[in-house]
Design a protein around this ligand. Structure first.
Ligand code: SAH
Length: 218
């Protein structure tokens, strides 16, 4: 266990670095409201404010804070959007989204029931009452609840999934890692009247998106 002072120092350093690298004050302030230590296993709580991904069990990870800030910033949230997250994991990203759409709604979908349950409990405890956690492994995203103004996929897809593009509202944004199982590019999709417009944001590394329209289970 690291002394409390060093966690506080890490936290200060982390947010200073995120402000310098991302510069989206709305997103960084939203992240500051979420205690990341509540979403990591107790044995790695002392690492909660290092800018690294951490294991959350079931071979899954909570994303690196820099990546959370970058992806969230790309969604350009104003406060009342309907947001879909694919890959609830710990629930941390959903908690951040919750603060960014106080008049909106966050639907987050997870395929592993045990992770979804833990995330649900933590989100409830922290009062994120505009977040809904759903378990699904038969369909990608949540077509019956779309279209969404913003979609964030926090696991790596082999290609841009058409099923998720279909769940985007016109004017909607999606951010998703696309590539191999080991290395991906972060992709931003904007859905316009004329069709999708795609931009590349840089390399990243996520756990694989598994199931329909993604990687097969190994
Ligand atoms: N956003 C999370 C990190 C996600 S890790 C956080 O803030 O902690 C990626 C998650 O995606 C894992 O929990 C994994 O089980 C889940 N996942 C993988 N494929 C999925 C699918 N097709 N649908 C929903 N969740 C999926």
């Amino acid at each position: 266990m690291a002394p409390k002072g060093s966690i506080e120092r890490d936290r200060r350093d982390l947010f200073r670095s995120l402000r310098r690298k991302i510069g989206d004050e709305r997103v960084i302030a939203g992240m500051e409201r979420v205690p990341r230590e509540a979403f990591v296993p107790s044995e790695s709580r002392y690492l909660a404010y290092k800018d690294i991904a951490l294991s959350i069990g079931q071979e899954q990870t909570i994303s690196q804070p820099y990546i959370v800030a970058l992806m969230t910033s790309c969604l350009g949230l104003q406060g009342s959007e309907r947001v879909l997250e694919v890959g609830t994991g710990s629930g941390y990203q959903a908690a951040v989204l919750s603060h960014l759409v106080p008049r909106g709604h966050v639907l987050t979908v997870e395929r592993i029931p045990a992770l979804a349950e833990r995330a649900r409990v933590e989100l409830l405890r922290l009062g994120c009452d505009n977040v809904e956690v759903r378990v699904d492994r038969h369909v990608l995203g949540c077509p019956d609840r779309g279209p969404f103004d913003a979609i964030i996929v926090t696991a790596a897809a082999p290609a841009l999934p058409y099923t998720l593009m279909d769940q985007m509202a016109t004017g909607g944004r999606m951010v998703i890692p696309v590539g191999t199982r080991l290395q991906q590019e972060l992709v931003r999709v904007l859905r316009t009247d004329e069709g999708p417009s795609v931009s590349l944001l840089g390399p990243c590394r996520f756990v694989p998106l598994i199931g329909p329209d993604a990687w097969p289970e190994e």
